[in-house]
Design a protein around this ligand. Structure first.
Ligand code: G3I
Length: 345
């Protein structure tokens, strides 16, 4: 395979992708071919989240997660665990918890059991996911409300004990943005000052094709790295279609059939937008290369456009084009643009 992301960036950082169930079960041969040839790191898009893996008190379902880990081992990939502590996609029983002791018991049992089972097999855990608000304050999640800010420290300490070998990350979206970044830095500094092990920060990277945020991303890379931790881009994609809140008079409940602007490219991505997306990715990867000494991994949130969560959020059944491979698993302009950065060096 002359063209391969993982080979091109081999000396720079890992190149990852998020796996859905069909990928883990190897039911999608075109996708599995791409996964194996292009990527050397994997993240489970949904199947290690608490609602899937820990559906009832004391009851765990490791069927898919065992297969996920085996798939990564078989293909000699860097295996990410996602995610141990997140207020979203919690099992129904845990969402109903109303006191600190019970929530602490749930969290402790969860981390011990899940991180413990895969100790020495998962290379990196997203230990705590999305604990911050946009202004940098702590999100009023069930964890924060019942356990206070210290739940973050407790979670990292439990994870470090359950699996002393895995790298431990704090993962969030928009933490490149100044206010939220400041909050994340303060949080990480407190963890470090209290002797808690934290190896890295995950900047999710769910961005918009119209974002001009390279300077902000660069500042984030330097500032996080100055804390002595690794920086990973953990869930990269660029939506190329407008969100309802970006369109005058539109809202999330409007059917896009009523407002074609909400689903502007149902058949194919216009060449001009495809080119613009390629430029975005190229500029972004040029920045990553400039800071490759600080960046451990760049993971795309999905294998190809057809599988992206952005087709279903925030409105279902749209046609989005956020990734490097199209619906036919063919490389897009963005793929070539990113690879060119290495071949022309
Ligand atoms: O599997 C069920 C299916 O049985 C059911 O019929 C169907 C009905 O809605 O839902 C299916 O589950 C969906 C699941 O994705 C699998 O496709 C859930 O409704 C849906 O909410 C879930 O969305 C996931 C989302 O996290 C949930 O918060 C996305 O796939 C996943 O890409 C997304 O990933 C998150 C990261 O974990 C954290 N950072 C943000 C990122 C994007 O939101």
């Amino acid at each position: 395979e002359p063209n391969s992301l993982k080979k091109a960036f081999h000396d720079d950082f890992l190149i990852g992708t998020a796996l859905g169930t069909s990928h883990i079960l190897e039911k999608d041969s075109a996708a599995n071919k791409l996964i194996i040839s292009q990527f050397d790191a994997i993240t489970p898009e949904n199947i290690m989240k608490a609602e899937v893996i820990h559906p009832a008190p004391g009851k765990y379902d490791f069927n898919l997660s065992d297969k996920y880990v085996a798939y990564g081992q078989k293909n000699k990939m860097f295996i990410v665990g996602h995610t141990l502590v997140w207020h979203s996609q919690m099992p129904a029983f845990a969402q109903k918890i109303q006191n600190a002791d019970s929530l602490r018991m749930f969290m402790t049992d969860h981390i011990n059991t899940v991180a413990g089972r895969y100790a020495g097999k998962i290379n990196s855990w997203d230990v705590v996911n999305e604990a911050l608000n946009e202004d940098g304050t702590m999100r009023e999640s069930i964890y924060y409300k019942l356990l206070g800010e210290n739940f973050v420290k407790e979670a990292f300490d439990l994870a470090a004990k359950a699996d002393p070998t895995a790298e431990l990350y704090y993962n969030d979206y928009n933490i490149e943005q100044p206010a939220k970044r400041k909050g994340a830095i303060a949080l990480i500094k407190k963890l470090q000052a209290s002797g808690t092990k934290i190896d890295g920060v995950g900047i999710q990277g769910h961005w918009n094709i119209n974002d001009d945020n390279l300077k902000i991303i660069e500042d984030a890379i330097t500032e996080f790295s100055a804390l002595g931790i690794k920086v990973a881009f953990t869930e990269l994609d660029y939506t190329v279609i407008p969100n309802p809140w970006d369109l005058k008079g539109a809202d999330v409940n409007q059917k896009f059939e009523e407002n074609p602007l909400l689903n502007p490219y149902p058949k194919a991505l216009p060449d001009s937008v495809d080119t613009k997306l390629a430029m975005r990715y190229k500029d972004l990867f040029a920045l990553f290369l400039k800071h490759k000494d600080k960046i451990s991994r760049v993971t795309f949130w999905g294998v190809n456009d057809g599988h992206s969560w952005l087709n279903g959020w925030p409105i279902k059944n749209r046609t989005n084009y956020p990734l490097l491979f199209d619906r036919n698993y063919k490389p897009k302009k963005a793929y070539n643009a990113v690879l060119e950065l290495k071949t022309k060096m």
